[in-house]
Design a protein around this ligand. Structure first.
Ligand SMILES: [Zn+2]
Length: 122
């Protein structure tokens, strides 16, 4: 499964970003996993706990995902359609000539930090 290595890279990046910002706890990370990225969210969910094991900064952290739709523009009839739902074929004219407009991205979108406990006022 290639998901585990990209997930590891995203977790490394989140960890490094937290360290660079003197953050000691991460509450969640959000991954953007496009429908056409070739990655399946179910595997990220499955491996997240494994990848964050032995990383105290991620203790109790949550994995969130957003799944941008894979949109295609038909180059023959100029219809816009969802590439996944239509299996890569224009539902209007049946052409497979298309330009992919989105949904191919995989990225670390957001890192949620746990706010440090406020220091007592005196
Ligand atoms: Zn078409």
């Amino acid at each position: 499964m290639h998901e585990i290595s990209v997930l590891k890279r995203a977790v490394d990046l989140a960890e490094q970003t937290a360290i660079d910002n003197n953050i000691d706890r991460i509450a969640y990370i959000t991954l953007e996993v496009g429908e056409l990225s070739g990655y399946l969210p179910v595997f990220f969910e499955k491996y997240f706990d494994v990848v964050i094991e032995d990383r105290p900064i991620f203790e109790g952290a949550e994995l969130k995902m957003i799944r941008p739709r894979g949109e295609g523009l038909c180059l023959d009839c100029h219809a816009m359609y969802n590439v996944m739902q239509n299996e890569g074929m224009c539902p209007k004219c049946g052409s497979r000539n298309k330009k992919i407009l989105g949904g191919q991205q995989f990225l670390l979108k957001e890192i949620g930090f746990v706010e440090p406990a406020p220091s007592p006022q005196n």
